[in-house]
Design a protein around this ligand. Structure first.
Ligand code: NAD
Length: 288
């Protein structure tokens, strides 16, 4: 049993990420009552049915009124409206956190809605997940031995930070701190660009071949490389838009290197091609 106990938790956005977190807290005995809100009624009913939440409200203000910890787990571009809607109803001791894949845009949303001095919002991002979504994908062990990046700001309240850290540690995640800017730069390269490339490749192949017959000949490489193109389009549309600048920067770099490889192949410069492949293999072997 874990020593953490949070009497009332509210989850806004009953999808894979938010549900997995509360399910993990719940099975480890770290939460009392769990309240849910989602704009989709079916998700709320399903979450109630499987005992993931104790109650839901169709009014977002009712869902947050008594909460000690409010977890916001909606697509990135939906965050600002959620904050505007809950602002008048939250307790003045409530701690808020999010799980969004981009931190700069959420930091700006918090400042716009609550003001620059608001210190009880702890920005976070679990580096775990899958291409699955929704309540049914909830997994209490999703975060075990996975990194969670928390991006505290200078004014973030220490007790609020401790609570959010503890709520991640309770589900056996490894918490790390980063600045907001560094997070968005790193994740653009390691997560956002690969997703962009996977979606784009599948789209190109699907469009360039009349019938989808080519996918019958897709080998393991294609599967491995494109699995992530089955992720939620809404979620990724929002990420590409919210982290536009960092994504374009890393995409430009990639495009430059891709052109370099392209011309080496065109010119049958096998030494250069071998150089690129060898450097990449060494880097990949080192990291796995
Ligand atoms: P999901 O699609 O499983 O769940 C999102 C839920 O939010 C859905 O139930 C949807 O109905 C609800 N929702 C959408 N707009 C809403 C609104 N305006 N008000 C209330 N509810 C609303 O998605 P998910 O994978 O749980 O992702 C949630 C967040 O977690 C996203 O911000 C994403 O960036 C972040 N994240 C996802 C992953 C991943 O791999 N899936 C990993 C890390 C972080």
């Amino acid at each position: 049993k874990h020593s953490l106990f949070i009497p009332r938790v509210t989850v806004i956005g009953l999808g894979l990420i938010g549900c997995s977190w509360v399910k993990g807290l719940r099975v480890r005995g770290c939460v009392g009552e769990v309240h849910g809100y989602d704009r989709n009624l079916d998700s709320m009913q399903q979450a109630l049915q499987i005992g993931l939440i104790d109650d839901f409200s169709t009014e977002i203000t009712d869902a947050v009124r008594d909460a000690d910890l409010i977890i916001i787990s909606v697509p990135i571009l939906a965050v600002r409206q959620v904050l505007q809607d809950i602002a008048p109803a939250i307790r003045d001791t409530a701690v808020l956190t999010d799980v969004g894949s981009v931190k700069g845009s959420v930091a700006r949303d918090v400042e716009a809605v609550f003001g620059a001095d608001f210190n009880r919002f702890v920005l976070g991002h679990p580096i775990a997940g899958s291409e699955r979504s929704g309540v049914s994908a909830a997994d209490e062990n999703l975060y075990v031995r996975h990194k969670v990046i928390i991006t505290p700001q200078a004014h973030t309240d220490k007790a609020a930070l401790r609570l959010v850290r503890a709520a991640w540690c309770a589900v056996e995640a490894d918490v790390e701190h980063m600045t907001v800017a560094h997070h968005d730069e790193v994740l653009a390269a390691t997560s956002h660009l690969p997703h962009l490339l996977a979606y784009s490749l599948v789209d190109t192949l699907a469009n360039s071949h009349e019938n989808k017959e080519i996918f019958n000949y897709a080998a393991g490489g294609f599967r491995d490389f494109t699995r992530i193109a089955a992720s939620s389009p809404v979620m990724w549309r929002d990420i590409f838009s919210a982290n536009k600048e960092q994504i374009l920067k890393t995409l430009d770099l990639f495009q430059h290197d891709l052109n370099f490889l392209r011309s080496a192949i065109e010119q049958e410069d096998t030494t250069t091609v071998m150089g690129v492949l060898t450097r990449a293999k060494v880097a990949r072997d080192h990291f796995s």
